[in-house]
Design a protein around this ligand. Structure first.
Ligand code: ADP
Ligand code: MG
Length: 481
């Protein structure tokens, strides 16, 4: 609870609305589980709530759409339980009221096909819309998720190249299937969905007659279960089996549900037999996916398995540069470097931070400086920092170098313990927003100059000592994943 409290600004200045919001989140977390909560709900913040209309903000459109389609009704239900005057909930993009609230993508389709304000009340999509939805399917793809907008770096170059290959092969008049399936995996917010949408856009642009279906595994499951209920499984099968390219996102959600898995397996085999391309994404590799039948697991690994690694500083900076360029707004390089340095978890959060800065600039109309960015993102940075704590760093480093945890705070200066301790201090400086004195305190009350010395020392050493550099990199990854 402490975590959410800080995140959502419950403190001396707390007001009733924020308390309600915090309670809503707590209840929803119990309902959806830790993982889904972290992925989808934690980044959402309360924007305002008046006249029974609650407005919450998600950092990106994608997240907004996801929260709107998956959780809006539950959010409203819990809110009502807290405060029965609340009758509407809207999910918008960004943090500033009114900004960015108009959505031109078709993620949420307007009633007459026009542009719909995304902060109009949400309702469950009606069951009858399903067929139309297939037709409109492609228009529901995020327009920003194209290959042109995807920044390639070491961590994602294989996945990107593979996705491009698939897109080009599928769009080619002589239809070939380079690898079947293409299995993309990696942590949340690293670009899996972006790449899948990019494939769909490419095929749509270059070979409009190809039938492409992109959907989340959850949706696949939902449709299948409905088909079972309405005894229309034949149609369901036909629909999927007549596609040229089937892309299913986040298949980790399929694992465990036996009948859906079975159906997925059959659909999958039928498509592969007919030489149709399949692209799958998941948060883990096929062999690490839990709750998956063995035959399914091995089948998924038949084609090309490409992983998206955690981002590097260079990639993050590249992504920021590209987004800033697209937005046409001037942001000092120092600010971008600061963000790339501090927000290391995933691209979604990086974008969220950038959007916050841009929104603030546009609204307040002031220049961004490093200081104002730091100020604006204080909550977010505090939240990032909480992900890696100094205690955790000490524990991992001690384990890694096989020394006692107590050596992190001990007085001993033997190299065998002093070096790991320095590594831990260095990582604490890099991965948390703690100040040098605060770090010193955590290391047995050492002086801040000792910490500074340790940081410099390790900075020097990683350049000269490849083995140590590898240790540090490994630890960093482990701590951040
Ligand atoms: P995932 O599906 O892996 O959880 P997404 O594809 O939804 O992640 O990506 C999260 C956000 O980060 C999206 O807005 C996406 O456009 C952006 N993003 C991720 N990787 C890149 C990249 N290499 N270049 C540009 N934007 C990226
Ligand atoms: Mg995704």
């Amino acid at each position: 609870m402490a975590e959410e409290d800080a995140r959502h600004g419950i403190g001396p200045l707390a007001n009733a609305r924020e308390h309600e919001w915090a309670n809503v989140l707590t209840h929803l977390k119990e309902e959806v589980g830790e993982a889904a909560y972290r992925n989808w709900l934690l980044p959402v913040s309360l924007q305002r709530c008046d006249n029974g209309h609650a407005i919450v903000a998600a950092p990106t459109r994608f997240l907004r759409d996801w929260v709107a389609t998956h959780y809006a009704d539950r959010l409203l239900a819990h809110w009502r339980a807290e405060n029965r005057l609340v009758s509407r909930i809207s999910v918008v993009v960004g943090v500033t009221p009114g900004r960015d609230a108009i959505d031109y993508s078709a993620g949420l389709r307007g009633r007459n096909g026009g542009i719909r304000r995304s902060d109009s009340p949400l309702s469950e999509p009606s069951a009858g819309a399903e067929i139309a939805e297939d037709k409109a399917q492609l228009s529901a793809l995020d327009q920003r998720f194209t290959f042109e907008n995807f920044v390639v770096g070491k961590p994602n170059e294989l996945a990107h190249a593979a996705a491009r290959r698939v897109a080009e092969a599928c769009a080619n008049p002589v239809h070939t299937v380079p690898f079947n399936p293409l299995f993309l995996y990696g942590g949340v917010g690293l670009g899996k969905t972006h790449l899948m949408h990019a494939v769909a856009w490419h095929v749509r642009r270059h070979a409009n007659d190809r039938k492409v279906i992109y959907l989340s595994a959850e949706k696949f499951m939902y449709r299948f279960i409905r088909a079972l209920r309405f005894k229309s499984t034949m149609d369901f099968k036909e629909q999927f089996r007549s596609v040229d390219l089937l892309m299913i996102d986040d298949v980790q959600f399929i694992s465990g549900k036996d009948s859906t898995q079975e159906e997925f397996f059959h659909t999958f085999n039928a498509l592969v037999d007919q030489n149709r391309q399949i692209v799958i994404s998941a948060d883990k590799s096929p062999s690490d996916l839990e709750g998956l039948e063995e035959r399914m697991r091995s089948r998924l690994g038949w084609g090309l398995v490409a992983d998206l690694h955690p981002t590097t500083y260079e990639l993050r900076l590249g992504i920021l540069e590209s987004k800033v360029e697209q937005s046409g707004i001037r942001i000092p390089r120092k600010v971008m470097e600061f963000l790339a340095h501090k927000i290391t978890s995933n691209v979604r959060e990086l974008e969220g931070a950038l959007n916050r800065i841009i929104a603030d600039m546009q609204l307040i109309g002031r220049e961004v400086t490093l200081e104002s960015a730091q100020e604006l993102l204080r909550d977010l940075l505090r939240f990032c920092e909480r992900r890696v704590t100094i205690d955790e760093i000490q524990r991992r480093v001690a384990e890694h170098f096989n020394i006692r945890l107590s050596e992190m705070t001990s007085e001993r200066r033997a190299r065998a313990v002093a070096r790991p301790r320095q590594v831990a201090m260095y990582l604490a400086k890099q991965l948390t927003t703690r100040s040098l004195p605060e770090i010193g305190k955590k290391f047995g009350g050492r002086d801040h100059t000792t910490v500074m010395h340790a940081v410099r020392k390790i900075e020097e050493l990683v350049l000269a000592d490849a083995a140590l550099a590898e240790d540090v990199e490994l630890l960093r990854r482990m701590l951040q994943s």
